[in-house]
Design a protein around this ligand. Structure first.
Ligand SMILES: Nc1ncnc2c1ncn2[C@@H]1O[C@H](COP(=O)(O)OP(=O)(O)OP(=O)(O)O)[C@@H](O)[C@H]1O
Length: 265
């Protein structure tokens, strides 16, 4: 791997008696789509929160382009180029799509929101470019509250891109979407990541999305990274299959010549 955008080294995070992350290390390169998967409670959200500064790890280091960011405030890490999208897409429903993206650009440039009445003329060109990148320029003048959910997710992506992220953390990007829309959003994200050399780390429960769109897959189980590698290698890893399918199902599954892909886990 060329010098990574994100490097996570030997992270440990404990909540009371619960070890949420233990000795977790991995890296994500520019333009790479990496899925972070694992059963409920595996430590995925904790890992995201440590990377973006919402949580300080008990041990270990996080570096962005080789610069230590461990324990910096979340806002500072965001300014350094770590963006995040959430499971439930967050936009301002009463504002238009264009205004939502302009607002994100305004925030990036640290312009005062009290200038908003005049700001509606600011950054229109840039906002439109971002909307073109996510294929939503035709929605520019529609209030976000009137959009179909799949469209809101694309607008959320445009808002995240307004921050010019080097690293984008995506929390369950396709949650709540129809299967066809999921593939479309992930293909779009992968194309944008490659073109813009953006490192993308995403969590996802839909295994079709994971194995269809991730360049590499990281698997957490009870705070430990139990597998990391290309999709096919990870999919066939016995430990991973056991964690997802359980030992009994695994034995039955292995008896079949063509093991099916896993459904949503
Ligand atoms: N703020 C907290 N206080 C106490 N325990 C926590 C806290 N946050 C997470 N945990 C615990 O840490 C472990 C990892 O949780 P985390 O939310 O990171 O898992 P996850 O893989 O994101 O799960 P899910 O897929 O259900 O969202 C769990 O046992 C959880 O109960």
């Amino acid at each position: 791997m060329t010098s990574p955008v994100l490097e996570v080294s030997r992270i440990r995070k404990v909540f009371g008696g619960v070890v949420a992350l233990e000795e977790v290390s991995f890296a994500v390169a520019a333009g790479e789509m990496v899925a972070l998967i694992g059963p409920n409670g595996a430590g995925k959200s904790t890992c995201f929160n440590v990377v973006n500064g919402q949580l300080r790890p008990d041990e270990g280091h996080v570096a962005l382009h080789g610069r230590a960011i461990t324990g910096l405030p979340a806002r500072k890490i965001w300014r350094l180029g770590v963006g995040r999208t959430f499971q439930v897409a967050a936009t301002f429903a009463s504002m238009t799509v264009m205004e939502n993206v302009q607002m994100a650009l305004l925030s990036r440039r640290r312009r005062l929101l009290s200038l908003w009445p005049r700001a509606t003329r600011l950054y229109r060109g840039e906002a439109l470019e971002l909307l073109e990148r996510v294929g939503a320029a035709d929605l520019a003048d529609r209030p976000c509250g009137q959009l179909a959910y799949g469209d809101v997710k694309r607008i959320e992506l445009a808002i995240a891109l307004a921050n010019e992220p080097a690293l984008l953390l995506m929390d369950e990007p396709t949650a709540g979407m129809a299967p066809g829309e999921r593939a479309e959003l992930m293909a779009l994200t992968a194309a944008i990541a490659r073109e813009g050399r953006i490192a993308v780390l995403f969590t996802e429960h839909d295994m079709d999305v994971v194995f269809g769109h991730a360049d590499r897959v990281l698997v957490l189980d009870r705070g430990h990274l139990i597998a990391a590698g290309e999709a096919d290698t990870v999919r066939n890893d016995p430990r991973v299959r056991e964690v997802y399918l359980g030992p009994e199902t695994l034995a039955a599954d292995e008896a079949e010549a063509d093991a099916p892909g896993w459904a949503a886990c």
